[in-house]
Design a protein. Sequence first.
Lengths: 281, 179
Amino acid sequence: MTTSKMTCEAFDAALSDYLEGTLDDSARASVERHLSECLRCSALVRDLENIRKNASMLPDLVPSRDLWQGIEARIAAPVIPLAARPERQRRFAPAWMGIAAAALVVSTAGITYTLTSRSVRAGQTGPSAQIVSPDSQAQSGTTTDSGAAPSTTESVNVGGVSAPRSASNSRVPHSDTRIRRASPAASLASQAIADREQSEAVYGKEIDMLQKIVRQRKTQLDSATIAIIEKNLQIIDAAIEQSRAALARDPASQLLGQQLTHALDKKVELLRTAVMLPAST
Amino acid sequence: MVRVEMADTTDVALAAGGDRQAFERLYRTHANRVFSLCARMSGSRAKGEELTQDVFVRTWEKLPQFRGESAFSTWLHRLAVNVVLNARKSEGKQASRTDQSDVDDERWDEVARAPLYIERMDLTEAISKLPAGARKVFVLHDVEGYKHEEIGEMLGITSGGSKAQLHRARLLLREALER
């Protein structure tokens, strides 16, 4: 269809600019003359403006389910202060995570060997000096007036279960606040085991929760990313097992306990990173 | 709106400090709008729900960086657009191929027709079926009210390209809604 001034093809070419309001005066006048004479083109403009108007008034859509639970599960992990660090964790690239995990295995193995050897030698030379654990000192009645926990102690809340935890990750809550002046070696060992078991239980709950979320999100994540995460988890698990094996030989060793805690921390950190990863499409 | 923004300011500050209840309030206030953007831009409600969760997780991470230079809703909205666009980058070539292949030749009736009557549900459905490039521009411009310059910056295209995609989207919608 044509008009005396403008063809429909010419109108089509100018339509986008006409709707945008970017035509100069004379071109705009030509388009409007054409519109006044051409039913096809005037209908087109009317429909397109109708679409634009309706689009601008579209109401919000509503999700089919409450998405908050999924969001909360993904943001919950970093808020739990398992270690005395800023809540917002730094991010590690997978490659650095691998290097860190490998270094952890090496250092754990080395320390395990050294300490186990020392422990055996110490055991051969007779009873050692009496030991007062830092945790016992923390419980020696030196709590602040406000009743707040000592600075070395922080609260861990995992899945609604609260447990106090010392910076050395080996404190057990109990009502005995007296200074433990001396303890037999066997008593210390059993105490250390009990401490560690409780600490591991706290980590265990956290790790279970995070692993569950990671499993649920597996289909949303890139397969290469999943592979890297699983490989690094294997390395960290190996470090955890080595630490546990060493602790089985020297249960009272605080350093070995810290190594185990460090490895568990790494596992939690890696799982948290996986939980927070955006979905791939 | 002013009341919402004032409530946002308090909750944003609390949430930036790690208060999850405050963050949940922010989520409840803005979830539908973010979901609408995500669903319309992705062309899928299911994908929109997934992206909405990504947006709020990302928001939680980024909140400490929010300086309050714009309204929280504006900042959140822009962040949501970025999350959707970044998610779509991985579709890359496939999406661009779809864009090219989906364009039908324009066909015109040569007779006057009754005005197009648009049902909202029909329009929503038709938007979801647009080619990805046209859909993104249409949603950002005609639904969300961004300018071509802003869209060009977000999508890495020229404002002229944005105008062309918008025009194409409107024509395709008209065709779809006529059926």
